[in-house]
Design a protein around this ligand. Sequence first.
Ligand SMILES: C[S@@+](CC[C@H](N)C(=O)[O-])C[C@H]1O[C@@H](n2cnc3c(N)ncnc32)[C@H](O)[C@@H]1O
Length: 337
Amino acid sequence: MPLKEEVEAGTSASHVPRFRLYDRKPPPPDMASEVLRGLRAPRKSIAPKFFYDAAGSALFDAITRLPEYYLTRTEVGILHDHCAAVARHVEANACLVEYGSGSSVKVRILLDACVPTAYVPVDISKDHLAQSARAVFDDYPALSVYPTCADYTGPFELPPPVHALPRLAFFPGSSIGNFDPAAADDFLATVRRLVGPGGHLVIGVDTKKDSGMLIPAYNDAAGVTARFNRNLLRHINTAVGADFDATAFDHRAVYNADAGRVEMYLDAKRDQVVYINGEQIAFARGEALHTENSYKYAPDEFVAKAQRAGLECVDVYQDRQGYFMVLLLCASGLELP
Ligand SMILES: C[S@@+](CC[C@H](N)C(=O)[O-])C[C@H]1O[C@@H](n2cnc3c(N)ncnc32)[C@H](O)[C@@H]1O
């Protein structure tokens, strides 16, 4: 359903609307240049943020329901088991800011336990964001909901109605694993600044484990992840005017144990030339287009990483098998070097 730039509803007595979409216009006006930069490089790549048009968001939801995709159900179990402990650390009258909110499903566990005053789901996929946020608004009558369409890899402004509220950030789904380690450090430091001294971050992180369990999670038998990966090319076609033939690429996932990450690729099935914004990009048969890294972390490794970004570990919650972890982190008041 197409949406107006901003939607308002439920204006309170003080005339602050309780539902409003803030569009920070995330796809850069030079999205074509960004895509082309990655495709002109000797090792071709496209950033994973371009997975998420409406079809990409729906395909990701389908992935989370796959038997091989242990991440979602394990993280949800951990959140259910430990949300009360998290709630004890959250200030009254808080604003919960969720990075990459998608369908806003997991966050309901925290909304129920922590009872914040406001919820700011931040996502790059605008229509999906608006629909998911509206569903939360309908289900939580006392909650103000301000969906913010933004690219969280860059700076964005929080909605003015929440500026004065204490902050709890939520970054589930091990999306932190999509950042290279140095970019993850920068991102964590940005979140630390956003929540401010004494503010908290609840973050879901996938753990290092046997590739026999990791690879099927990124290359399922039903081929849903393959469709998700190829949909990236269809999204590029419509968003920047390209003519990728998505069926001319094979999905591939590998575990790079040295780097501690799962890597996803689209391999060209034949020699081909793709036109993007008037420019020709040649692919040789078998040439790989890199689309995503998913870094995995040991608990101690991630705790140390968070600490370097000024986020002290309050607790690490895990499932019995240690397949996944959810960390509760608290922003220190110290200046970072
Ligand atoms: C892997 S899904 C996770 C969804 C949900 N949080 C979960 O854990 O199930 C990633 C979500 O982040 C959004 N996203 C990806 N890159 C983004 C970016 N750079 N800025 C804002 N949102 C982004 C996508 O649109 C998608 O909804």
